[in-house]
Design a protein around this ligand. Structure first.
Ligand code: NOJ
Length: 721
């Protein structure tokens, strides 16, 4: 998108603005409808709007309220510049979709784009013009509570999902009344906070930063994202809120970003706590010099901008530049032409929570479920089961499936719990459901256990509804333990004594440590927090109305001690060999994760042929084709995500063993086969060399194709350079 095309009009506007009005544009504020000062005290909102002290307002719900505020800004301030209304619409709003990490399990980029587009339709109809999404932070650490908002561990796949979401939110034209501006966050490397502790420090090489952490953000910028939000953390000692290397050099100079950069909530003021700014005034100076345009909530420049100018610490060009970038986006959104385009009560009623959105929510929710284990083929359930006990704290629960960051209010009561989903599914069958809670997820109280055991005794089969409550996941909710929390494991161990067939469903926002469960329970479904249609989606999969197809975008560790564990590691000088002491390994755990990246089972079995290459050598300007035949060997129609990885054998800096390069999502009927072709060119072989230039080097490469990162068929070819 060309955001510069409004610059002439903006220049005229800037000429007519007072300093106070300019500083007002740099101010994003409001909490729950009240404007707060940096000291947390309430400020007279109407007076602030009338005097042009506010550029945008965030997280306020409802067209009525927003229209009232917009009217004051447009009709009662001197220049009448419209406000930009922003909100955290992360995985839907009135219609809630699965949390981002769950959606990433679908590997269905069209569906991911579609859910973002629906969120934009709803958000725009509610008056929101900027969503603080998508998050493109690579996360290889499930202790970090915000892993739920991520797309997992892989730079390339993270980029594809981020791009799909940006296109979904923004469409091709921001002034389209069904779109919202996207915000790529949190720039940069927020997912790498030390120890997985939120807001902690990040220290990493530029090599790793550029190769692993930056590509996701860049994919979002290349897809046209209008705004970027900085991360709370410092990167190699410099807080991201004033990090000129990130904001000026990489984002603007290298990537050509023309939109505006916003702080995170009080992140500018927090530079005082970081220990790089003496006070908020100094923080404002550092932020604007570092390339930040809009301050979220700290009001650093609003309050201190004039003094900083008078003291010669900053100059007016810096302020004008930031104002220009913000006004570009207001123009692109069509706000300058019609500030009330999105503030229409009829549109609000017409475009939210439509039945077809719920159908989409159900489809993506079931595609987000990952079958981790199905040892005795307990799933799909057959209707010979007469009594099914559904036991655990997440069965009769329609709060947890909402997931963190559900910015919706009016339809929470319609979130479908697991129990409701199953009840709807068994109507008209002979199956009887019994339900007991059994334990709590936040404490180890055993008071409900005997009732659960009694219920289980009466059943032919037990479905365990396990997981993690909302209170344990999201921002500022890091954990050092990844165990299934509270009394859940104890409850399962007591139920195991009954010797009945048991299958587990895990509704969590992060990869939990499922090692113990995997040792004891034959069938496990990772169900995440799936949004409005959670219960229906889980029932669809349990009964085989949908054959599970989800694949993990993040490795599930065997224990916290393995973190970080990811598939694209390097072989080391002493690669692992069984029974050898002097090699890279742990004394008390395998190196491999419990479930690897890309992993997920189906009710059917897919057979991969050997790889056929169109040539055993590749030269520049040539395309090498690697093909396999995929066959559905089972009795169910199924979807397989065929993944293509490449490994460089020898190069000038130690290569990862393999890296994901491409994938295809293939649907096959029982007995059906299909040839799948991946194209490999010189570009696929490039890596970031030690001089920080992308290049390819001649030599042998291994191509791996398979249904997950660990079980693949291999072939090698030589790149001639
Ligand atoms: C803090 C979070 O880090 C960010 O992701 C969010 O968009 C802002 N708060 C605004 O709510």
């Amino acid at each position: 998108m060309n955001f510069k095309k409004y610059d002439n009009e903006i220049d005229e506007m800037i000429k007519s603005m007072t300093l106070g009005e300019k500083l007002g544009q740099l101010n994003m504020t409001a909490q729950g409808g009240h404007m707060m000062g940096p000291d947390g005290k309430e400020v007279d909102m109407e007076a602030a709007l009338k005097s042009g002290k506010v550029g945008g307002l965030q997280n306020i719900r409802g067209v009525k309220k927003l229209t009232h505020l917009q009217k004051i800004a447009v009709e009662q301030s001197r220049l009448g510049i419209p406000l930009l209304f922003a909100a955290d619409i992360i995985h839907g709003t009135e219609t809630i979709f699965p949390i981002p990490l769950a959606e990433a399990c679908s590997w269905n980029l069209e569906a991911v784009k579609e859910t973002a587009a629906i969120a934009a339709k709803e958000g725009a109809a509610m008056g929101v013009r900027l969503t603080y999404a998508p998050m493109a932070d690579i996360s290889r650490d499930p202790r970090w509570g915000r892993v739920m908002e991520s797309n997992g561990e892989d730079p390339w796949y993270n980029g594809r999902i981020t791009e799909a979401r940006v296109k979904g939110f923004q469409s091709d034209d921001l002034s389209n009344p069904h779109s919202m501006a996207a915000c790529i966050k949190h720039f940069a490397a927020y997912g790498a906070v030390e120890g997985g502790r939120d807001y902690n420090t990040v220290d990493m090489s530029e090599q790793r930063l550029r190769e692993i952490y930056l590509p996701g953000y860049k994919a979002g910028i290349d897809a046209g994202a209008a705004t970027v939000m900085v991360a709370f953390n410092d990167l190699n000692g410099i807080p991201c809120s004033c990090n000129s290397f990130l904001l000026n050099q990489i984002l603007r100079d290298e990537w050509g970003f023309e939109g505006f950069v916003i702080g995170d909530h009080t992140s500018v003021g927090e530079m005082v706590n970081h220990g790089v700014a003496e006070n908020i005034k100094h923080a404002g100076e550092l932020a604007i010099k570092g390339g930040l345009d809009m301050d979220m909530v700290s009001q650093s420049l609003l309050i201190h901008g004039e003094e900083l100018l008078n003291q010669g610490k900053i100059n007016i060009k810096m302020i004008d530049r930031a104002v220009r970038r913000i006004l570009r986006i207001k123009h692109a959104l069509g706000l300058m032409k019609d500030p009330f385009l999105y503030l229409d009560k009829q549109r609000e009623a017409q475009w939210v929570f439509r039945p077809e959105y719920r159908d989409t929510a159900r489809k993506i929710a079931r595609e987000s479920i990952v079958l981790l284990k199905n040892q005795n083929q307990l799933h799909p359930l057959n209707e010979s089961i007469k009594t099914l006990a559904v036991i655990g704290p997440f069965a009769d629960d329609n709060l947890t499936p909402r997931g963190e960051w559900a910015f919706g209010g009016s339809h929470y009561d319609q979130v479908v719990s697991l129990l409701e989903g199953l009840e709807n599914r068994i109507k008209g069958t002979e199956i009887r459901l019994i339900n007991a809670r059994g334990c709590n997820p936040m404490d180890e109280d055993t008071g409900q256990l005997s009732e659960a055991i009694e219920a289980a005794r009466k059943a032919d089969m037990i479905l365990l509804a396990l997981g993690e409550p909302l209170e344990m996941i999201g921002e500022a909710r890091s954990r050092i333990s990844l165990e299934i929390p509270g009394g859940q494991q104890h409850m399962v161990s007591e139920l195991l004594k009954l010797g009945k067939p048991m299958a587990a469903l895990i509704q969590s926002g992060r990869p939990l440590n499922l090692t113990w469960l995997d040792n004891h329970i034959p069938t496990i479904l990772q169900c995440w927090h799936l949004g409005h249609q959670a219960g229906h989606a889980m029932a669809d999969v349990i009964f085989g109305d949908y054959n599970p197809s989800g694949k993990l975008p993040i490795s599930f560790p065997r224990s916290v001690g393995q973190i970080p564990v990811y598939y694209s590691d390097k072989s080391s000088g002493r690669p692992y060999k069984p029974n050898l002491r002097w090699c890279t390994h742990y004394l008390d755990s395998p190196n491999s994760p419990l479930y690897p990246f890309g992993y997920g089972l189906s009710y059917t079995t897919f057979q991969y042929s050997e790889i056929t290459l169109s040539s055993t050598t590749l030269s520049r300007d040539m395309t090498l084709q690697a093909s396999i035949t995929l066959r559905n060997k089972g009795i169910y129609r199924g979807t397989e995500v065929v993944q293509c990885y490449l490994g460089d054998v020898i190069r000038s800096s130690a290569p990862p063993v393999k890296e994901l390069k491409d994938f295809q999502r293939i649907i096959l009927d029982p007995g059906e086969s299909k040839e799948i072709i991946f194209n490999i060119t010189e570009k696929s072989l490039r890596f970031l060399a030690i001089d920080l230039q992308y290049r390819s080097e001649p030599g042998r490469f291994i191509i791996h194709i398979g249904g997950n990162s660990q079980q693949t068929v291999l072939q090698s070819f030589v790149f001639k350079g």
